[in-house]
Design a protein around this ligand. Structure first.
Ligand code: SF4
Length: 282
């Protein structure tokens, strides 16, 4: 078809996802039953692969007990939930990403020091569901600057802002602006966005400006993949989110188009390679 394909200079697994998969992989293969509390990473293909090796996804641990082993995903777990699991005699393999642990420790410390914690992120995402439980009282989750404008703040209160690790800096800054407009007496800001997410978005942004069509490869349930898509979509309306090579369509590209490819942090290299192969075969 005569297309040029260019890969963003940051694709494939991030450090946290690779570490989680390695930890789960090491636990598999023995006689113990191994469960994962929710998907270990937000990528259907990888989860299916691990399930063939014996990692069973469960939503709750009610049916599990002494001797069972549960893997916690890189998104982390709330302290209350972890205590409940241990109480049942279930062993935990905790793959929480160190960057997520840092955000949790920051939230806990701010809460102990009497700050209301404003978290920028998606309230339904497992990372945020766990993170809010590190704050004793006074936490609010906002999606973006528009939502932040609607919050009512006690002008004499102590406030802080932290972020879901995979947010874009632009969105984080939009919330900071909205909160500053309310003139809080005291405001502390901690940038808890992970370096990988920031650099991946920057690489995708750069590539999207230079190509005709941009493909973002990753799970539709993956927050960082969706964020990459939003970042690229703002630059190019020809950006498309696909989970794997099966979704590539011939009519998306004209002959001679340059096609850019980036991938979410939970997308393995082999899926990206298959996407490249599929485009070349068209
Ligand atoms: S995207 Fe960042 S925070 Fe999330 S698992 Fe990867 S390295 Fe950790």
């Amino acid at each position: 078809m005569g297309n040029v394909i260019r890969l963003a200079n940051r694709t494939g697994f991030c450090f946290g996802v690779r570490r989680a998969i390695d930890m789960a992989g090491k636990a598999l293969g023995g006689n113990r039953r191994i469960y994962s509390l929710g998907s270990i990473i937000h990528n259907r293909n990888v989860v299916e692969d691990l399930s063939k090796k014996g990692l069973k996804v469960v939503r709750e641990v009610n049916a599990l007990g002494k001797g069972d082993v549960v893997v916690i995903s890189s998104h982390g777990i709330s302290p209350r939930r972890a205590r409940r699991i241990r109480k049942r005699g279930i062993k935990i393999i905790d793959t929480t990403c160190p960057f997520v642990l840092k955000a949790q420790a920051t939230a806990k410390k701010l809460s102990e020091e009497g700050y209301n914690v404003i978290i920028v992120g998606d309230a339904r995402h497992p990372e945020i569901k766990a993170l809010v439980d590190f704050v004793a009282t006074g936490t609010v989750v906002v999606k973006d600057g528009r939502e932040a404008k609607k919050i009512k703040l006690d002008p004499n209160g102590k406030f802080s802002i932290i972020s879901q690790t995979t947010q874009s800096m632009a969105n984080f800054l939009s919330v900071i602006d909205a909160i500053l407009e309310k003139r809080p007496r005291e405001l502390r800001i901690f940038n808890t966005i992970c370096k990988d997410a920031e650099e991946r978005q920057e690489a995708a942004r750069k590539l999207a400006r230079e190509v005709d069509v941009m493909l973002i490869v990753g799970g539709r349930n993956s927050a960082n993949t969706r964020r990459l898509f939003e970042v690229c979509r703002k630059i190019s309306k020809s950006s498309r989110l696909i989970e794997n090579e099966g979704e590539v369509r011939k009519n998306w590209f004209k002959s001679g188009d340059t096609i850019g490819i980036t991938s979410g942090a939970s997308t393995p290299d082999w899926i990206v390679k298959r996407v490249v192969k599929k485009i070349k075969s068209k």
